[in-house]
Design a protein around this ligand. Structure first.
Ligand SMILES: *[C@@H]1O[C@H](CO)[C@@H](O)[C@H](O)[C@H]1NC(C)=O
Ligand SMILES: *[C@@H]1O[C@H](CO)[C@@H](O)[C@H](O)[C@H]1NC(C)=O
Ligand SMILES: *[C@@H]1O[C@H](CO)[C@@H](O)[C@H](O)[C@H]1NC(C)=O
Ligand SMILES: *[C@@H]1O[C@H](CO)[C@@H](O)[C@H](O)[C@H]1NC(C)=O
Ligand SMILES: *[C@@H]1O[C@H](CO)[C@@H](O)[C@H](O)[C@H]1NC(C)=O
Ligand SMILES: *[C@@H]1O[C@H](CO)[C@@H](O)[C@H](O)[C@H]1NC(C)=O
Ligand SMILES: *[C@@H]1O[C@H](CO)[C@@H](O)[C@H](O)[C@H]1NC(C)=O
Ligand SMILES: *[C@@H]1O[C@H](CO)[C@@H](O)[C@H](O)[C@H]1NC(C)=O
Length: 323
């Protein structure tokens, strides 16, 4: 229950933060363009490529930054355009509703038990299990396993969540245990969130190359357990991880005009599970959105074959699809 409101807070934060980031990126681009003239392209490329650093940690298995798939025997590759539903919370704390007819469900790893997952699968559905891989959440039952030194700044606007040091062997050990839970519960795949701390004030000096290493590591850990995996947001690192991903989950690319970036998944024959939140931060009701809101969510450039859902930020059962 705490999680419902907090999740709402996090999404809300995420939206505001994105606006901020956009402003910053625009400023940086302007500064580079003005200051360096021709150097713009080179400057941006270098910042993405600069090191492959440090991340071979004690728990090992720091996957190399490679575009070679970590495991060519991935069990489940969903098709482009597959309809999906994401429901992290029920409205009232009871079991999630399975009433929406969609062949893929993305549900919270911790808040749903094995029975809920196998019931979905008996209905012919695949189940993706959501967890936060890049933030500490103080209400989870493994919260005590994190070291204080693993934690960075609070996720702004959402007390109880802190950015994590994704190079920490301890963090990685905890994530391996979470992947083991996903296996034990019978999930078909996982949706590891918050891998883009580098794009936020995180207090840990997280870098893009650390995120690339982490996401590729999560992929190899998932694949070796028979789980499929997708990239959550993280548009800047797509090229360095896409070969190891079976899909991506994107929030608000239509709102922020970023759908072109994520369309590289479609070109690679991998679905883009795309969420828009036209109601904004604080409205979580069962009402339809307007025709023009549907149009904005569903007709963004390059989003033609995306698997788009229009959702409340609370990620409850309510959903609208593009017609
Ligand atoms: C699984 O969760 C559902 C819904 O919350 C509950 O009704 C059921 O008793 C649980 N089953 C087990 C085995 O814990
Ligand atoms: C993150 O973890 C790595 C590996 O343990 C460590 O070397 C590094 O100092 C940590 N970063 C911070 C900011 O504490
Ligand atoms: C982050 O980098 C800055 C500049 O190099 C340094 O002063 C600061 O101590 C670093 N912070 C952490 C948590 O490592
Ligand atoms: C690849 O994944 C399969 C399960 O899908 C697993 O049995 C196998 O051990 C994995 N191989 C490697 C090298 O990780
Ligand atoms: C990772 O590999 C990709 C593809 O070869 C490359 O574009 C990217 O720059 C690499 N990233 C790092 C941090 O080495
Ligand atoms: C939306 O509908 C669900 C049942 O589908 C109900 O549990 C929930 O309370 C409703 N929410 C609102 C805000 O009316
Ligand atoms: C879509 O692409 C066209 C042509 O490239 C461009 O003129 C238009 O502004 C774009 N629209 C949006 C919403 O990005
Ligand atoms: C979607 O994919 C189909 C099949 O590849 C293609 O023919 C069609 O042009 C695509 N639609 C859009 C809007 O990109």
């Amino acid at each position: 229950m705490g999680d419902l409101s907090s999740k709402t807070g996090w999404w809300a934060w995420s939206t505001k933060k994105k606006v901020l980031i956009f402003g910053t990126v625009a400023l940086v681009i302007v500064a580079l363009g003005v200051g360096l003239g021709v150097g713009l392209g080179i400057g941006l490329r270098n910042s993405g490529d600069d090191d492959s650093d440090n991340d071979n940690d004690g728990t090992g298995s720091g996957a190399p930054n490679t575009t070679t798939p970590t495991n060519t025997t991935v069990k489940w590759q969903p098709a482009v355009g597959t309809k999906w539903q994401i429901i992290l919370k029920s409205g009232d704390g009871a079991a999630i509703s399975t009433s929406v007819d969609a062949p893929i469900y993305d549900i919270d790893l911790f808040d749903n038990n094995k029975t809920v997952i196998s019931d979905l699968q008996k209905m012919g559905r695949k189940v993706i299990c959501y967890f936060s891989a890049g933030s500490f959440e103080d209400w989870r039952n493994d919260a005590g396993d994190f070291h204080d030194t693993d934690k960075g700044e609070d996720l702004d606007g959402w007390p109880g969540e802190k950015w994590l040091n994704v190079t920490s062997p301890n963090v990685r050990k905890i994530m391996q245990a979470r992947l083991d839970i996903a296996v034990e519960k019978g999930c078909d795949g996982v949706d590891p969130d918050n891998i883009d701390g580098y794009d936020n004030e995180n207090g840990l000096n997280l870098t893009k190359s650390q995120a690339i290493n982490y996401v590729n590591w999560l992929a190899s850990q998932s694949h070796s357990r028979g789980l499929s995996v997708g990239l959550k947001n993280g548009g800047d690192i797509i090229d360095s991880v896409i070969d190891n991903m079976q899909w991506c989950v994107n929030e608000q690319c239509a709102e922020y005009k970023e759908c072109d970036t994520y369309a590289s998944f479609i070109q690679a024959d991998k679905p883009v599970f795309h969420i828009e939140y036209p109601k904004g931060e604080s409205t979580n009701d069962n009402k339809s959105v307007t025709t023009s809101q549907v149009k904005s969510a569903c007709t963004a450039n390059s989003s033609g074959n995306f698997s788009t859902v229009i959702k409340n930020m609370g990620l409850d059962n309510w959903v609208e699809y593009c017609s």
